[in-house]
Design a protein. Structure first.
Ligand code: FBP
Length: 698
């Protein structure tokens, strides 16, 4: 057969099939865009009204009442459909409106559907209404950079991930000047309403904008967005109003799929511990959900570590008649011990591999680190406030920053009223590895938050783990268990009697399935000594090959592969849950706007239940605010919801902790959530955390 000549690139490019397979409009994209998310029953009504629900109560902060007087008495509003409202209501509902939308903070899958929901509802009420998208986040409002959204633009991004349509940014509208410019923009565009799609800080910002724009008649509505899942709203009696921010489900599913693949890889080539850091700036919701979805061997939950009490230390202190305050909360050292214990236990049953999930924000829950973060936040914020330039431009190098801290420490020696950074802080800080010190001194975000994603949390923790495993190995406490049948086969193949050597080499030769080399046998030299002492060989004899082979197999190497799951999940195309959730959030936003609400956050109640029970509502933002330290000062903010360690979801994960560690001779019980699917029904249809929390209610 004659050899076929390859086509020239010009001719290859002309082939329609080539154009077809490399087209960016692929089948998956076409199907996603064509999908119309289901609407909650109430939105099938031609008109929507709001009904105040007086059952929900909030304990209002005094400061919030003072700073947000116009919106502090807002109540929970339930979205209700009606067929034929009074003429005045109809007119109000259908009037021509200009609405501006902005994405604020990190991307979260589903944002484009919020826009689609608002767009569809607004145009249905009045086709003359205009919807503007502010570009690049709140900067777009300040600088009046906006695009008028069209049907084709909205459709092009429907059901797609990211915030690519109008982009996002982290600027906060937090000065009089920025506020004045924002008001100016609203005036120029004749906006009736401004929609802020953001996290806790952005919804906080939404409340202040609602207050400031109240007199101008510009309504401000927030939308709970963040993959971190830390916007969860309950009233003072614990009634859940918003169980989860949008984007969480998709990100968790994306991470879980990847991590589940690593579980499979890990049990296949049996040589790596995969260390997976997952996003979540503070709260560990994502890590917990990943644990429930994958059954990874070890998952840290920051909130759980913060609750840790070292009973041994307390007992010791009690005996000595003292109090040991360091017994409360986990230290980095102790955390590394906990991880090592799991690693050593798995190794003992022959599994010197596995998967560890570490939440990005875990260090926030480690006492000693949290103290540094708070102190450094305050120092940097104060410096920036006092100086014309900023801390990071004035001290670009780590050495300069450390010198500045040293200067503060010296000052504390001379002035006892100066307590923010003393010599003890300086000494303790010096003990931390340089890369981590640099991490702790990184630039804060515009809200003054510490940027955990910039710090190699896993490196800090795994560095300590590696050190301690080395110590354990030297002590003979970290060993790989040898399967009895393998041991017997290896020795018999070499013409040796396993029962002659077994009791000498192993500490558990009795009836264990996995045999552990005695702790005192840490080297080939020690092995020989033990064999001679135990009468297995004579002094002038060499160690038999198969025996040496078995010994070498028992000596562990701790090999790790480090992965970071964050930005990839934020950019994922949304799950069906997030597509429907966000589209209905958009419809809810418009219902709130059309009924004159302001200072409210759109939400869907009963997310954990069947779709038929989803209930669109408006949650008042101002009564949720409380005082918290920001940029070194107390400020009114929306509270972040961290993992509740008494919640059913956490308790279930805790109950399975040992099982998922898998320190038993049987196979690991990993779970395969699979990739994000857009069709079909499965357990992964909604966050498992939500389902368990709902099931756990008596
Ligand atoms: P939001 O709270 O704004 O939604 O962002 C959350 C997050 O995705 C965190 O999980 C992560 O720590 C952070 O953003 C990363 O921020 P950046 O995009 O600035 O690197």
């Amino acid at each position: 057969m004659s050899k076929e000549e390859p086509l020239s690139i010009e001719n290859l490019m002309k082939k329609p099939q080539v154009q077809n397979v490399i087209s960016n409009i692929n089948q998956e994209l076409v199907e996603r865009r064509a999908h119309s998310p289901k609407k909650c029953e109430v939105f099938s009504s031609p008109y929507i009204v709001l009904q105040e629900d007086p059952h929900y109560r909030f304990s209002v902060d005094k400061q919030a009442r003072q700073e947000l007087p116009s919106i502090i008495d807002n109540r929970v509003q339930v979205v209700v459909g009606i067929e034929s409202p009074e003429a005045s209501l109809k007119e109000q509902y259908c009037k021509k409106r200009n609405v501006g939308i902005v994405f604020s903070g990190g991307p979260a899958p589903g944002g484009h559907n919020v826009i689609a929901g608002i767009y569809d509802a607004a145009k249905q009420a009045n086709s003359q209404s205009k919807i503007y998208g502010f570009l690049l986040g709140p900067d777009g409002i300040i600088e009046n950079e906006a695009v008028e959204l069209t049907e084709s633009l909205v459709d092009a991004y429907k059901n797609l991930g990211g915030f690519s349509m109008i982009k996002t940014g982290r600027t906060k509208i937090d000065t009089e000047q920025k506020m004045a410019l924002s008001k100016e923009t609203c005036k120029k565009l004749q906006l009736n309403a401004l929609v802020i799609v953001g996290g806790d800080d952005s919804n906080t910002n939404a409340a202040f904008l609602a207050q400031d724009m109240f007199e101008d008649g510009v309504q401000v509505i927030g939308v709970p967005k963040t993959i971190d899942g830390d916007i969860q709203v309950r009233d003072e009696n614990g009634n859940v109003l918003c169980a989860m921010s949008f984007g969480f489900h998709t990100a968790a599913r994306a991470f879980a799929n990847e991590i589940s693949n690593l579980c499979t890889d890990s049990t296949s080539d049996v040589k790596y511990w995969h260390i997976c850091k997952v996003m979540g700036r503070v709260a560990s919701h994502l890590a917990l959900e990943v644990a429930l979805q994958t059954h990874a061997n070890i998952t840290l939950v920051g909130e759980d570590l913060a609750d840790y009490v070292d009973q041994k230390r307390i007992d010791k202190a009690t005996q000595a008649g003292t109090i040991d305050y360091t017994a409360y909360g986990m230290t980095l050292r102790h955390l590394s011990r906990v991880l090592c214990e799991g690693i050593v236990r798995r190794a003992a049953v022959g599994k010197n591999y596995g998967v560890i999930v570490i939440p990005e924000g875990v260090l926030e829950f480690i006492n000693e680190i949290q103290v540094f973060i708070i102190k450094l936040n305050a120092i940097i914020a104060e410096y920036n406030e006092v100086h014309d330039t900023d801390f990071h431009s004035d001290f670009p190098l780590l050495a300069d920053k450390l010198e500045y801290l040293r200067k503060l420490a010296r000052r504390s020696r001379e002035d006892s009223s100066f307590t923010i950074w003393n010599t003890r802080d300086d000494d303790l800080f010096d003990d931390i590895p340089a890369f981590f010190r640099e991490g702790l001194l990184t630039e804060r975000d515009s809200h003054g938050n510490f940027q955990f994603s910039q710090v190699e949390t896993d490196k800090v923790i795994m560095g300590l783990v590696k050190d301690y495993l080395k110590t354990l190995k030297e002590k003979g406490a970290y060993k790989i268990g040898i399967e009895r049948s393998y041991y017997r086969k290896t020795l018999e193949r070499g013409g040796l009697d396993p029962d002659h050597f077994g009791p000498v080499i192993f500490e558990n030769y009795g009836d264990s399935k996995f045999l552990l080399v005695r702790a005192s046998i840490m080297s080939v030299r020690r092995l020989k000594q033990a064999l001679i002492k135990g009468g297995a060989i004579k002094e002038d004899e060499k160690i038999p090959g198969p025996v040496e082979k078995i010994f070498k197999k028992s000596v562990p190497k701790f090999n790790t592969q480090v992965h970071f799951y964050g930005y990839d999940g934020r950019g994922s195309d949304p799950t069906k849950f997030d597509c429907i959730y966000t589209y209905n959030l958009g419809l809810t936003v418009f219902s709130l706007i059309a009924n004159g609400a302001t200072g409210q956050m759109a939400a869907i109640k009963n997310l954990e239940k069947d779709f038929s029970m989803w209930e669109p509502i408006g949650i008042p933002i101002a009564p949720l605010m409380h005082l918290e330290e920001r940029k070194g000062k107390l400020a009114l903010v929306l509270e972040k919801s961290v993992v509740d360690t008494s919640s059913p979801a956490f308790r279930v994960a805790e109950a399975f902790r040992d099982k998922w560690l898998g320190a038993v001779p049987q196979d690991d019980e990993y779970r395969r959530p699979g990739p994000i699917r857009f069709a079909g029904k499965s357990e992964e249809d909604r966050p498992i955390t939500l389902v368990l929390n709902a099931l756990g209610k008596s």
